[in-house]
Write a protein that binds this ligand. Sequence first.
Ligand code: BG6
Length: 479
Amino acid sequence: NYEEKKFPDGFLWGGATAANQLEGGFYEGGKGLNIADVLPGGKERLNVLKSPGFDFEIDTEKYSYPNHEAIDFYHRYKEDIALFAEMGFKVYRMSIAWTRIFPNGDEMEPNEAGLAFYDRVFDELHKYGIEPIVTISHYEMPINLVKEYGGWRSREVVTFFERYAKAILNRYKEKVKYWLTFNEINSGLELPIFGLGFAIQNDEDKYQPTFQAFHHQFVASSLAVKACHEIIPDAKIGCMIIYAPIYVYDSKPENVMYGLQKSRFFNNFCGDVQVRGEYPAFIKRYFKEHNINIEIQPDDLQLLKTYTVDFISFSYYMSLTEKEEKLATDIGEGNILGGMKNPFLKTSEWGWEIDPIGLRISLNELYDRYRKPLFIVENGLGAKDKVEEDGSIHDDYRIDYLREHIKQMREAIEDGVELMGYTPWGCIDLVSASTGEMSKRYGFIYVDKHDDGNGSLERSRKKSFFWYKDVIETNGAKL
Ligand code: BG6
């Protein structure tokens, strides 16, 4: 029955991107450098962080930097937004580059040229009735804050972030009604450079600085929630976590306990603070047993308790199979979160396990825990696309991937989950965050740009473009 297959009225279909991965124009309009600007493309992208003496400087003799031009959304946003509109997007998730607004992060006054750029983008979106969903910080920390302040280790960064958040909330109060604080905030547990703005040196105790930095982000997040509600009373602001449901390898009780702890630690820790407004008991115990002493200022805990988020957004790419004692050979190749190989799942060309049912599990786990509206703001398949001689791209693998995930969303809604919307990742091809490649494509829209930096930057519609247009037009009934 066609009617029965429709998603709830007002379901927010769209797509998602981040400034540093698509804008380019890395030195234009007074923009300062951010963390993504100094990370090279290709396999060395994350390895450079471990190389002794890496100083967060650009070295064009040695490396290439695909983010610098990216797909040049900075100049081509009108054409791209027209294509989003053609697919029927209701919403478009994007981020603001902190360094367009505060080039060094610690200035007192915002940069007008940067503010004006996003005014133009929002106006263009509204021309087509597309609501922007804005991530305030998506792996784009000003490099000056990384170098001079040690990223989020420093309490001062909270003040800089609050200034930045208030500047954009005030400026765009008429134009943006959906806000997200920190992209994949819990990713800092695995890879602190993107979200927390510092690299862990081998000989350094990882957890003390990491949890201190998290505390600063939680305070900053609450300050952003407070400011958002005061400045834009009809806006909604959410947290954003990377969610990977944990499958326990076998029925050995020790492994089940390990799986529970792993899930709490990775999936729930940040959400518990941002949604429930307090540090959960399991993390307090962990701090005690590992001698972690976080500096907390007198009003911090009250602030966290008072200014919790309105909804929970998350990215979903994979589940994780876990047991307590793993051998190196148990780990799934390409599994960036370090789980074991799951023999029941296929993987993408980059080794990421494909698990649509895991999305239904995630939605149920999150809703059971928090009882707040959920929003899937990232999901998708990174794949190599082949352009046929006539220019067409038959990306049936991408359609299959998305269809199976959307089916599971529908199941979760039937389960009773309150789901606000779905914005698949990289709705237009862009630079990969983990590898800096262009060839890892997620888009409905193909961009003629290649790993070596060549390409005309021309846009074209893949087969999935027409498929997704139908999905939106029929409100999810036709998959
Ligand atoms: C998420 C990030 O982790 O995954 C995005 O929020 C990123 O920025 C996406 O692009 C996909 O990862 P990758 O490495 O394939 O680009």
